[in-house]
Design a protein around this ligand. Structure first.
Ligand SMILES: [Zn+2]
Length: 303
């Protein structure tokens, strides 16, 4: 793990993590580019005292990056909180990464996938910082993964948002991810080159994974595209995944990206509003004024 600390324009302590997966080189490239662009910390300056802001840039899994493989012993993003005494490289790395992010106000973890654009964010625990990050990123959708795994970085380290910046190995992923990092730094006051921009973000609750069997795989709907009830989302020689429930959308849909799944089903639950615009919660999409009480919210949440 490599940690590079840089000067922040503000008081927040923010971190960007790349290279959690070694076969996703975009994250490391983005982190190093940001490191080149931000001023170095003054030698005499105290760091980690909570008084002055800091931008911490981390290249997480150097061993897997060198081997150009997702992981060496265990998937790091399925290994949290980890075990410092483990013989498995990633299980021992997880607590070191967690410690490097302790006390940070906002964390952005960079990923790429085999799935098609558009880019999207993922959170597990909605805090004010997470809301600020998500609504400040240049994207339309965020996946609420709170009902899914609890072994990921965003489910372990407070105020962490993961972002899928694009297709694995593509230049577009590096370019977009770089822009997303600048937006992240701006909304947390760490970069003062231009004012931060916020927008409502559609929240998609992550549901179950869609298993893949064997033979020729076909995926019929794109990420975040509504699958009509009765339509087939994906199929191969083993499975025909006909969707009976209305309102489902694919997340991380891919014909050949994963050995065992076509992706995941998600369901749109509403929108996150920018900081200062209403309470910290997901607003159902038909609720426009933001002033209705929580009982109305729960009733509307069924839509
Ligand atoms: Zn990844």
């Amino acid at each position: 793990m490599q940690t590079i600390d840089r000067e922040s324009a503000g008081s927040a302590r923010v971190a960007i993590v790349g290279g959690i997966h070694g076969d996703e080189p975009a994250g490391e490239r983005i982190v190093r580019r940001i490191a080149d662009e931000l001023p170095a910390l003054d030698e005499g300056e105290e760091r980690g005292d909570g008084v002055k802001g800091i931008v911490r840039l981390i290249v997480a899994n150097e061993r897997a990056l060198a081997a150009e493989t997702r992981y060496t012993d265990a998937d790091l993003n399925r290994a949290f909180p980890g075990d410092a005494d483990s013989d498995e490289y990633e299980r021992a790395l997880a607590p070191r990464l967690t410690a490097a992010l302790e006390g940070f106000d906002a964390v952005l973890a960079l990923h790429t996938s085999h799935s098609a654009p558009p880019p999207f964010a993922i959170f597990s625990d909605l805090t004010e910082s997470v809301r600020r990050t998500v609504t400040g990123l240049p994207l339309e959708h965020v996946v609420d993964a709170s009902g899914l795994r609890s072994t990921t970085l965003d489910s372990t380290v407070p105020h962490t948002v993961s972002i899928e910046v694009g297709r694995q190995g593509s230049e577009a992923a590096v370019e977009y991810g770089h822009e997303a990092c600048l937006a992240f730094l701006r909304v947390h006051g760490a970069l003062a080159d231009e004012p931060p921009a916020f927008s409502e973000t559609t929240v998609v609750e992550g549901r179950e994974e869609v298993p893949k069997g064997g033979g020729e795989p076909h995926v019929h709907y794109a990420n975040f595209e509504a699958i009509p009830a009765g339509a087939v989302f994906a199929e191969d020689d083993v499975h025909t995944h006909r969707v009976e429930e209305p309102g489902l959308v694919p997340v991380l849909a891919s014909e050949r990206g994963y050995d065992d799944i076509f992706g995941m089903y998600g369901r749109v639950t509403g929108v996150l509003k920018p900081p200062g615009e209403g309470e910290l919660r997901v607003y159902p999409r038909d609720e426009t004024d933001g002033r209705r009480d929580s009982a109305a919210n729960e009733a509307g949440g069924e839509n």
